[in-house]
Write a protein that binds this ligand. Structure first.
Ligand SMILES: [Zn+2]
Ligand SMILES: [Zn+2]
Length: 311
């Protein structure tokens, strides 16, 4: 990857010419900059007008008992196998859509439909693709917070709505959030039920050993005094800090969860939470001008696993 980090805002991204935008995508490994002709094993020529690679080299092939000269017919879309997939929408439109998706607040669907002119299906599909890219980014174990000598505040909040009418079940879940003091590093995880084991699992997956953890969930998850020395290994090297006023000591984490409550649209189902939480963590991790770089770097890793299916 040529680009190791760039700053580009939404408007600046929109002003890029087709050529510059394509080169920007190549620099971020979203699309290939070169392709070999499979028939001649030579570099194919890139055509800007349809974003494809072609080869017209003359080749000598055997036809019966004679050797004849034919022109190579190799032709392949540069988008094939990439995150941009085989979508009917143009590369420029999709790149602009992602840029808008990253800087628009909820509710996004109506705004994005109006601005881009995409159908509801296309907006829905690309919204899912963007969210899956954020999930992939957030699930990287290297994103764990804390470390030796750091303090992480942990809090929890209940999300979702109780739907008693029409015999519908309660659609609620719990979100456990942590924030590393003195940094913008956060983690957010949604869980179906509370419990000591749940908290231990969440912390072991998201917090580095050696971290001091302050939480306001002691009534549910056990007080720090209950963590005896034998349990320290089970706590994955985490130290629970005694706090006389856990509400005050975890105010940063609680503030984050209040902001999250405003960010996630009401009425979302439990299975949708992972995407919203990952998007929130991604947005918090980077300043607006850093987001496009990191988003497309992650998109290049996600590759075509979803892109090839998009309308
Ligand atoms: Zn970059
Ligand atoms: Zn060829």
């Amino acid at each position: 990857m040529k680009c190791s980090g760039c700053l580009i805002g939404c408007l600046q991204f929109f002003r890029l010419s087709v050529t510059s935008l394509w080169e920007w995508l190549i620099d971020h490994d979203v699309v290939p900059g070169k392709m070999m002709c499979r028939k001649c094993q030579q570099p194919a020529k890139f055509l800007f007008y349809d974003f494809s690679f072609r080869c017209w080299r003359p080749r000598i092939v055997r036809k019966g008992s004679r050797m004849v000269k034919v022109q190579c017919t190799f032709h392949q879309s540069a988008r094939k196998g990439s995150w941009l997939g085989n979508s009917l929408s143009s590369v420029i439109d999709i790149a602009h859509f992602c840029s808008l998706w990253l800087c628009t607040s909820y509710p996004k669907t109506v705004k994005l439909k109006r601005i881009t002119g995409f159908t509801s299906l296309t907006v829905g599909n690309w919204t899912s693709a963007c969210r899956e890219t954020c999930i992939s980014w957030a699930s990287n174990p290297a994103r764990r917070v804390g470390g030796q000598g750091t303090v992480v505040e942990v809090a929890e909040a209940k999300f979702g709505e109780k739907r008693y009418s029409l015999g519908r079940k309660k659609d609620v879940c719990w979100v456990i959030g942590g924030i590393q003091r003195g940094s913008s590093k956060i983690f957010l995880v949604h869980v179906d039920k509370q419990g000591k084991e749940t908290l231990r699992r969440v912390l072991s997956e998201n917090v580095l050993p050696g971290t001091s953890v302050i939480n306001n969930c002691s009534n549910v998850y056990g007080t720090p005094s209950e963590q005896d020395s034998e349990q320290s290994d089970e706590n994955h090297g985490l130290q629970f800090v005694l706090s006389n006023n856990s509400d005050a000591d975890t105010r940063n984490a609680q503030r984050m969860l209040r902001r999250l409550r405003k960010f996630v649209p009401k009425g979302r189902k439990r299975e949708q939470f992972q995407g919203y939480l990952a998007e929130y963590v991604f947005r918090q991790a980077y300043r607006p001008k850093e987001r496009l770089h990191h988003f497309f770097v992650e998109a290049s890793k996600v590759g075509s696993s979803r892109g090839s299916m998009i309308a």
